[in-house]
Design a protein around this ligand. Structure first.
Ligand code: HAM
Length: 435
């Protein structure tokens, strides 16, 4: 038997249905905020991520899936979505053809060679948004509240945004210097990773997972105290707008993010029960330029769908996905079967959820199968009735049954079932729109 690779998951059964439901909620909310769906390649040239995410970051140094293709090109499976979207923005010259800002969202798999564990996969899924072409703090606030509101609509009413600002370059330079001066005194106490960070990227010492509880960590300088006036004013505006949007947030000096492209606003999405961040993001005003595009201010975030769906399931927050079908059509002989085939098609095309028998098993086994799918109605076909245009329809809960003309079946179901049924293509999240 061949098993799936380490750090991957199969999505099946109820979890798959919850996953699809979550995606529907995301799609429908994105539509209301007027974010356009975008799909970029799952593999890109290796250089994109080295220049985009940063040569010294954990993701790029330790976690990428790199390979040479048969044409000897250096290829990397995307570890995140931002670099690809920005590449696409530049390559398609959206800055010239679109009205700015361009607001897009995506949903797809990412690849990181991490040590697998709870909430850590090697093939993970993210949905995310990127906004290119606005440096208004309103944009930061909108993006944060979008993430927050999707969580809320899914039932995560205890979502809290952990918010911080990395300021502009000047603020960060000052802070970096203060951090170096501070940790210089504690150099011997730092873990091996942090010793390296001290040299390459002192900011990252702040989110060390090993020592963060120690006193000398808690007393380390906080970036908030090193923001210059411009950066501080920007951050205050973001907070002011978040208050209007009624987003619950805390200012958390530990959020510095693991990717190099951020400045100003950074944030992570937590709930009271989540141990790992469900999502994260922030402003990145220099990435487009670093990738040879025009100077363009951007902001975005991504949420890990695996972590999100796991938490929804663990906390039993999704209770309204379909766990039954409308009708099971039962038959025995070939003549009845042909009618079953016809009827199933008619009903399905009218928006009803219909199942039937596919192994020519007897009625007893068909009753079992109908119960397995929690069928609301049983449609029992037999040749004598069919000759008179009649079918038997049985309410599987009340066990009441009646004979009706086959040609009236759609009207019958419209009357008895239509309240909780949807036509194919009809929006199916409308009852979540009002909290
Ligand atoms: P990130 O913080 O690296 O940000 O990832 C965002 C989310 O993806 C995490 O909060 C987590 O839920 C999920 N995630 C990351 N790694 C794993 C993993 N190994 N297994 C399961 N889930 C994982 C970014 O990727 C940025 N591109 C976000 C962004 C967009 N910033 C600006 N625009």
């Amino acid at each position: 038997m061949i098993n799936k690779p380490k750090g991957t998951v199969d999505l099946t059964d109820r979890k798959a249905r919850i996953w699809k439901y979550v995606e529907e909620v995301i799609d429908s909310v994105m539509e209301k905020y007027n974010y356009n769906y975008i799909r970029t390649p799952i593999f890109e040239s290796t250089e994109l991520f080295h220049r985009g995410i940063g040569d010294a970051t954990d993701i790029v140094t330790k976690e990428t899936y790199d390979f040479k293709d048969r044409g000897d090109r250096n290829i990397t499976l995307r570890p995140e979505g931002t670099a690809g979207v920005v590449r696409s923005y530049i390559e398609n010259k959206m800055y010239g053809t679109h009205n700015l800002p361009v607001k897009v969202y995506y949903n797809g798999t990412m690849y990181r060679y991490e040590r697998p564990g709870k909430g850590r996969l090697r093939e993970l899924s993210q949905y995310g948004v990127e906004v290119m072409g606005s440096n208004d703090p309103l944009m930061d606030a909108e993006v944060i509240s979008l993430a927050y509101n999707i969580n809320k609509m899914l039932g995560l009413t205890d979502t809290v945004v952990h918010l911080n600002s990395l300021g502009d370059k000047e603020s960060r330079d000052n802070y970096r210097k203060a951090l170096k001066d501070y940790f210089e005194l504690h150099l011997d106490d730092l873990c091996a990773d942090c010793k390296e960070r001290f040299v390459k990227n002192p900011l990252r010492i702040i989110d060390c997972k090993v020592d963060s509880d120690k006193d000398y960590f808690r007393e380390a300088p906080k970036i908030i105290d090193y923001l210059n006036k411009e950066s501080k004013d920007y951050f205050d505006k973001v907070c002011e707008y978040l208050d209007i949007l009624e987003v619950k947030y805390v200012i958390d000096p530990k959020i510095v993010r693991g990717l190099d492209y951020y400045n100003h606003t950074v944030f992570e999405l937590m709930t009271e029960e989540s141990k790992l961040a469900l999502g994260g993001g922030g402003r990145y005003d220099n990435l487009v330029k670093m990738l040879d595009g025009p100077d363009t201010s951007c902001v975005g975030y991504a949420v890990g769908l695996d972590r999100l769906v796991d938490e929804l399931i663990d906390r039993n927050l999704i209770t309204n996905i379909r766990d039954d079908i409308d009708a099971f059509i039962m038959y025995v002989n070939e003549d009845e079967k042909k009618n079953a085939i016809y009827l199933a098609n008619e009903l399905r095309m009218s928006g009803f959820v219909v199942e039937t028998e596919y192994n020519n098993k007897g009625l007893k086994s068909q009753f079992k199968r109908a119960d397995y799918f929690n069928s609301k109605y049983l449609i029992i076909l037999n040749s004598d009735d069919l000759n008179e245009g009649l079918i038997t329809i049985k309410n599987n809960k009340t066990k009441e049954e009646e004979k009706i003309m086959m040609e009236y079946i759609i009207y019958y179901f419209d009357e008895h079932l239509s309240d909780d049924n949807l036509e194919i293509g009809e929006e199916c999240c409308h009852h979540h729109d009002h909290e």
